[in-house]
Write a protein of this length. Structure first.
Length: 421
């Protein structure tokens, strides 16, 4: 089936799904989750094949970690769909309402976008998350994953389709379609599908996101690459700062909410950097500016190289971090706004005024005080799952749950009013 045919099928599915009640959609989602659970062995086996191919092809271990499924990740895929089923339905929600002077009743209500396409890399969990959020919000979804995860994605979508069939009249199997050819021409077809696809969302590397933004003829909700920063303020709790930095960099370095740059107040560098070096234990390559290089070298850190200008504002997605000293919180804010991707930023500080200044002036979807950027996640934020992290300012920003896949329309009730003049 080509993209045009798939879009036609999805449009019919979207029209049917838009008429389903919250109860019917929830039943279908739970059937899909149960089907995925039932096919665990097949899904994990398919994923093992993908991982083997990725390693043999030279994929970095940080990116292999994004691709690989284990028991915990598999359980989160199932629980994510079940969590979405438990969420409130955004469709039909009244945003506002009022009466006009001539007696008409106007309501602004949430409605599905229609046919949503997601172009994404590596992570098989995105397949299930995107399906669940689209289905909950009454949308049909076209999934175009990367070739590196194709076997995993096929197994997951096959299980979803079986679950939707098991749901009987409550399931709309035509509301989900996976591109299975791994042909790159599919991406161009999706981006050119004006009138067939209502919105496309890219999720992955900056290369993928830039390609979609630059070539799309259909509307795009931009999910940005994650050049995230951690700023350690003078007078901060240095032990807490080192722990937060350790978590934000190393827990999952291939995630978009991992930090890529650490800024440290020049008065805090002598105390903070040796603590950080001790926690890193040389597993992380530190690319340091002149000031920080001197401090870390004196502390005996071996996995250390001088930073180049290109290291700042770069998404490593690996056990690599750029480190730089700054003179003030204002300097940190200025540097971050010049180098970030508007994703997630953090300040570790004991100063309430510095915390508020940082949150007010840093331009990003999520701005943290004394907490790891790794919390930027739809599940953590209570959305059950996420479609991605929107780094733009129109329509949606930050972790996107089901509501982000809706728009609004106005419903006007009258009793014969006509406009005069």
């Amino acid at each position: 089936m080509n993209i045009a045919e798939a879009c036609g099928l999805l449009r019919k599915g979207a029209c049917e799904l838009a008429l389903h009640s919250e109860c019917r959609k929830n039943k279908a989602l739970l059937c899909a989750a149960e089907s995925i659970r039932k096919h665990k062995a097949e899904i994990l086996s398919a994923n093992e094949d993908d991982v083997k191919k990725a390693r043999s092809g030279g994929m970095s271990e940080a990116l292999v970690e994004r691709l690989a499924l284990n028991d915990a990740k598999f359980a989160s895929i199932v629980s994510g769909i079940e969590d979405v089923a438990r969420q409130g339905d955004p469709v039909g929600r009244v945003v506002s309402g009022w009466s006009t002077p001539d007696g008409m009743q106007i309501r602004q209500v949430r409605v599905p976008l229609g046919v949503v396409a997601v172009i994404y890399e590596s992570r098989p969990n995105v397949t299930a998350d995107a399906f669940a959020l689209a289905y909950k919000s009454g949308n049909a979804i076209l999934l175009r994953g990367s070739s590196s995860a194709l076997s995993s994605n096929k197994a997951i979508v096959d299980a979803i389709q079986e679950g939707l069939h098991d749901a009987g009249v409550d399931g709309v199997a035509d509301a989900v379609y996976l591109c299975r050819s791994a042909n790159r021409s599919e991406v161009s077809e999706i981006l050119s599908a004006v009138g067939k696809i209502d919105v496309v969302l890219p999720r992955g590397s900056s290369r993928l996101i830039n390609l979609v933004v630059e070539q799309a003829k259909v509307p795009v909700i931009q999910t940005g690459a994650g050049v995230c920063h951690l700023y350690v303020d003078d007078g901060a709790d240095m032990e807490a700062a080192a722990r937060i930095a350790m978590n934000a960099k190393t827990q999952r370095p291939g995630a978009c909410n991992a930090i890529e740059t650490i800024l440290v107040h020049e008065q805090a560098a002598q105390e903070f950097l040796p603590r950080l070096a001790q926690l890193f234990g040389e597993t992380v390559q530190i690319r340091a500016d002149e000031t920080c290089f001197s401090v870390l070298q004196s502390a005996g850190y071996k996995n250390l190289v001088p930073a180049a200008d290109a290291d700042f504002g770069f998404e490593f997605l690996d056990f690599i971090v750029a480190v730089k000293a700054v003179a003030s919180v204002e300097g940190a804010v200025e540097f971050i706004n010049a180098h970030n991707t508007k994703h997630s930023e953090c300040i570790v500080t004991a100063s309430r005024s510095h915390a508020r200044l940082f949150q007010q002036r840093v331009d990003a979807a999520c701005v943290y005080v004394n907490a790891s950027t790794r919390f930027t996640d739809g599940g953590v934020f209570g959305f059950g799952a996420e479609l991605g992290i929107s780094t733009q300012k129109l329509h949606a920003r930050g972790p996107m749950g089901a509501e982000a896949l809706t728009t609004t329309k106005f419903l006007i009730d009258g009793d014969g009013q006509i406009r005069q003049g």
